[in-house]
Design a binder for this molecule. Sequence first.
Ligand code: GLU
Length: 512
Amino acid sequence: MDKKVRVRFAPSPTGPLHIGGVRTALYNYLFAKKNNGTFILRIEDTDQTRYVEGAEQYILDALAWAGMKSDEGIDSGGDYGPYRQSERKDLYKKYAEELVEKGHAYYAFDTPEELEDMRKRLRDSGVPSPQYNGTSREYMKNSLTLSADEIDKLLKEGVRHVIRIKVPRKEEVRVKDIIRGWVVFHSSQLDDKVIFKGDGMPTYHLANVVDDYLMKISHVIRGEEWLPSTPIHVLLYKYLGWEDVMPEFAHLPLILRPDGKGKLSKRDGDLLGIPVYPINWTDPETNETNIGYKETGFFPEAFVNILAFLGWNPGTEQEVFKMSELIEAFTIERIGKSGAKFDYDKAKWFNQQYLKTRDDADLAEDFKKILDEKGVEYEQSFVLEVCRLMKDRITFVSELWELGTYFFKAPTKYDEAVLNKKWKEELNPIFEEVISGFKALDKFDHDPIENLFKDILEKAELGLGAVLPVMRLMLSGMKFGPGVFEIAALLGKDETISRMETALQSFKMIKA
Ligand code: GLU
């Protein structure tokens, strides 16, 4: 790549970042790192009516958790700051005025009532979505229709007004998108967007273009929902004389619901029980907390891997990628055009892959936090062993406790289906014999336990399938789990025997 890569993630602090937002950040990050470029974090907060308390901090926390540190931005400074648009607000006006002077923008003095009248009139005459555009602007109250004296007077009186871009009437506006190729818009589809507001703030369109220019952004990588705004941006670059340094555009495909029907929204997430936020978000108004990927138990590495595959693929069979491998493999050209279906089972599969490769010792550290919370006493070596046994059977660390409580506490309940199907009074003497055998064992390890058990079954001409599930029930109360003899060995002789004796009593009572 010949030009210096400078990309930005430019969220508006209007709420928590959705996974789509974090994916945009990730693709920018990967592209920057891959090309020895700069990843910039800019906050677009010019719309103060949509500002949400805590949203900016949330963005920082979410990016930090996912492992994306900006090179420049609100959190790391840089030569092109400030990186928060509200702190740059004095900078935009001159560009809006320049556009007015050049005849590419105009003052509009229409009151909200006048705007509403216009829309109503157009709707009444059969226009489904009325706009302030090349046609309607001709009979509105603006600097195109008023005389120079009238305009002067209004400006001097300080009458509240906005500045609108003057979209040409019959022109094609072509947008070159790296993912989609040429996308052609006809100017009749575009409205005269407000670029500068009555409150002295630029709108998104102007601030975004001006900042991308001043911050020397080379590539704009953002969600597909911004594609319809891009022709306005292209016109702004042209009218401001910045066409030569206009960034390249790449619009990312939507993230769809698992059934492919529509964009994955917070509502769908709630309905399907799928987290849609990276980390917990507590709504400052309702105080309601939405659970994030982090708190669900996803590893940040897995989360990043999941996001990377929502719209991109490496073109090989490999699926598990660390951040460094993603950086290595990433290209914009391998991003797809069509929506990426979100598959939560696949997301969990990724987490499992990372969990499997984690050291038992690391896993044990996480698990110990849970055990401490539960007030459970433990020995380090025991916890390590539980991790080793359970690791291949779980998706989240929390399941070590949910599916493995019995390692720390004798079961108080037994899986009813197994009990009803497998336990029979006639098995009692067998288990009593096993208990005596266990008592006599010198080394209570996996192999001697297994040999003893199998010998007894063989003599009694019983199959493993008839007896082992009951033995598992005695030790764990559960239908599934790691090898029964491994569980017994880990619990130790006394505990194993005690659980078996308790179970023999309980089974009789439950079945009686
Ligand atoms: N502020 C916009 C947003 O919230 C940024 C869009 C863009 O990247 O241009 O997504």
